[in-house]
Design a protein around this ligand. Structure first.
Ligand code: KG4
Ligand code: ZN
Length: 349
């Protein structure tokens, strides 16, 4: 008998929005391969994701992306222990590609099929071993923990007491944080995707006298970002001549980012204190934002974990990590699995 437990290797797929992704993940933490084919350039000219274009592109990209992900295994399916995919939330047509391909591969190779929630996958990006770290030096985030999930479609604050044990603390009542970044950036003429462009414009800029109001919503852990977006709309209308390279626009970008970050960080820190969290996690595309990371690290009473930038935005490595921990708890799907475009992280939430 071997001294080592057998490795559990998952081929994971992600197609919920505009990235076609496949990854091979070992024991929920080690990235063997992580392939992402972004469609961003196709959607850029429309200023947002066009669902029909996304679905067609997923179908075209899926096979080459999977082939590239499997290459380190030298095409040996014997090394694969399970097939995982995202089944929601997301665009129905986009999700269908990943779910159907995962079903087909699992069936053809007689492997377990494990489908995960896309938001849960973002959380589990924090369990992946960062490049350059040896698996032996890697430390899993300790429970209980508070996780702020901030993406283009969602803003959710959750308490995790263990794997899969989520308690919803708060969520956005209107726009998601990433959506606010994207919409405000579009109003300011920065183009798509707005988050990274807004961050770039605001970097090192002093908001100097420009203030964007915060929506605190009392003691609630809920968020509201439609007001900051409207504020940017009025501010830009008042400065009708201000274009994307006007100094006023850069000050407004800095003030906008400061307002969004202030609310996100204040509520996350308060939740960590109230629930005795041992660490705080950031997850989702907006977790790539340097100002958000820095402010959370500065104000959090406990260590802050966040994935490397490449693992903050949509990828399949995080799907493989989430699927591993959930499979170990007994989660498995059969051929009746269907997509759930409106899937919630917590069913009653
Ligand atoms: O998680 P994600 O890749 O896709 C969804 O599941 O929604 O998140 C995409 C979102 C977009 O709204 C994008 O503008 C935002 O994440 N984002 C950022 C940054 N990088 C990506 N927002 C602020 N600052 C960034 N650096
Ligand atoms: Zn996402």
């Amino acid at each position: 008998m071997s001294d080592h437990p057998p490795r559990f290797t998952i081929l994971a797929l992600e197609t919920s929005c505009d990235e076609t992704a496949a990854a091979v993940i070992r024991d929920g933490r080690t990235i063997v391969s992580n392939e992402v084919a972004s469609q961003m350039h196709l959607h850029e000219r429309y200023g947002g994701v066009v669902p029909e274009v996304a679905s067609r592109e997923h179908i075209l990209s899926m096979a080459p992306v999977i082939e590239a992900a499997l290459a380190p295994l030298e095409d040996s399916w014997d090394a694969v222990s399970a097939v995982a995919c995202t089944y929601g939330p997301g665009l129905a047509g986009a999700l269908l590609t990943g779910v159907n391909v995962a079903k087909g591969l699992a069936w053809a190779h007689d492997l377990p099929l494990v489908a995960v929630n896309h938001l849960e996958a973002h959380v589990y990006a924090n369990w992946l071993v960062a490049a350059g770290t040896s698996p032996a030096d890697h430390v899993d985030p300790p429970f209980p923990l508070v996780c702020l999930i901030v993406s283009g479609g969602h803003t959710v604050l959750v308490l995790l007491r263990g794997h899969g044990d989520y308690q919803l603390l708060g969520q956005t009542r209107d726009d998601a944080a990433g959506e606010a970044f994207d919409k405000a950036a579009r109003i300011m003429g920065l183009g798509y995707p707005g988050g990274p462009r807004m961050e770039r414009l605001a970097r090192g800029v002093d908001a100097a006298g420009v203030r964007v109001p915060r929506a605190w919503l009392g003691d609630s852990y809920d968020f509201s970002f439609s007001g900051v977006k409207t504020h940017v709309l009025h501010a830009m209308a008042e400065h009708a001549s201000a274009g994307a390279d006007d100094p006023y626009t850069a000050r407004l970008a800095a003030a906008f980012q400061e307002a969004v970050v202030d609310v996100l960080v204040s509520k996350t820190v308060r939740a960590a204190e109230e629930y005795g969290a041992r660490c705080v996690l950031l997850a989702g595309g907006v977790a790539a934002n340097g100002a958000l990371r820095d402010a959370l690290i500065e104000r959090s009473p406990v260590p802050v974990h966040y994935p490397p930038i490449r693992l903050c935005t949509d990828n399949a490595a995080m799907v493989g990590a989430a699927a591993y921990f959930r499979y170990r708890q007994g989660l498995q799907h059969d051929w009746s699995l269907s997509v759930k475009p409106n899937l919630k992280l917590i069913p009653s939430g």
